[in-house]
Design a protein around this ligand. Sequence first.
Ligand code: FE2
Ligand code: FE2
Length: 194
Amino acid sequence: MSHLTTSIIREEHAALSAMLRSILLLLAQHRRQGSLPDFAVLRAMLFYVDEFPEKRHHRKESELLFPKLRARTPLSRELLDRLDEDHGRGERKIRDIEHALLAFEMMGESRRASFEEAIGRYVGFYLTHMELEEREILPLAERVLTESDWAELDDAFRANRDPLVGHPPEAEYRALFTRIVNLVPAPFGLGVAR
Ligand SMILES: [Fe+2]
Ligand SMILES: [Fe+2]
């Protein structure tokens, strides 16, 4: 049986993957054409990838879901540690990417390849991280968590979506995502519904 918690996590992964893959598609297209990308659009896409997981998604995993799992099973401890570490390292990684983007924008062609390499590595890191969570962690949670664990988690995830708890309201992130979808040219497939 699937729970609100796992469907929110999968939904957020889908939005993040769409954004990450679109960045690579956009860059590949501009490389083929020998043109420079629209840096404002790239900045907006990176802002989403930076802001949303940092403020919302990773916290829900590291502070709500993972501790419950550790309390219920000794399985996948090393993987949970690794995923927590990824959450912690993400911020530094995205700063480096943002710097590489600025260098590309300021210095032009000579910095294209290094930005492409950096973002390629980052997207790979991120997609692997989310895939591990979906393949290993969410099924493990479905196996070992109790109904009262799920009730607590689902309540917390529901509350986390509520602007009254003081986090940026979910609606703001949805609006940001939609704004970016409208900025990205149609062929790059950012049409995932949120
Ligand atoms: Fe994660
Ligand atoms: Fe995740």
